[in-house]
Design a protein around this ligand. Sequence first.
Ligand SMILES: CSCCC(=O)C(=O)COP(=O)(O)O
Ligand SMILES: [Mg+2]
Length: 238
Amino acid sequence: MTTGSLHVVLTDIEGTTSSITFVRDVLFPYAKQRMAAFLHAHQAEPVVSGLIAEVRQIAELPASSGPDALAAVLNQWADDDRKVPPLKALQGLIWRDGYESGALKADIYPDALAALRAWDAAGVPIYVYSSGSVEAQHLFFGHTVEGDLRGLFQDHFDTLTGAKTDPGSYQTICAITGYQPDEVLFLTDNPAEVAAAHHAGVQVVAVQRDGGAPLAVPVGVPVVSSFADIPAAMQPTP
Ligand SMILES: CSCCC(=O)C(=O)COP(=O)(O)O
Ligand SMILES: [Mg+2]
């Protein structure tokens, strides 16, 4: 743990700022139920057709595979919570309608919102790193139960920057944002992400929400159940 040397926040979404329940029980089913129809309707559009080509390549499907076969693969990936970039991008495209119609409203833990607002007010830059696509992250924070929160964030990263379980991804984010790893406070609920960021030299606080099973984290990494419990020595300053 360091004192007074943290100058930027990098946060995960699902299980950290916001509940796993909303993502798994609301967002994922919403996309799953609409995946086949979405592919049928939009397969000729350049963005969607590029994503379909990626799915075919990753799943080793023939070029003749149609929307129903593709949707079956994509929905299985979603059920397995695979963080495959074209799946995450397609989910984001499908969620757009739900957010814009008001059918979807993202949640955010009150303690997370309070801390994010306080850091932002103090001039601490806040970045998001989630497996959800950058597009999905904008939609998520643009349509929360607390209104449009996009202004809190400096920028967003997704798995196009690299897997969240790869230490190199955190080094890439540091290079892009211009911070040294030990200046970055990363918040996440995922032990594999904790380990990867810690390995990269990033300062990590593990977040364990809703009384889940104890997180196995490297020695010295604090585990909190609320952003309000982030140790004073790890509070970022501008
Ligand atoms: C941007 S909201 C959707 C979240 C999502 O699709 C996901 O896979 C959650 O991943 P995270 O890295 O935020 O735990
Ligand atoms: Mg998470």
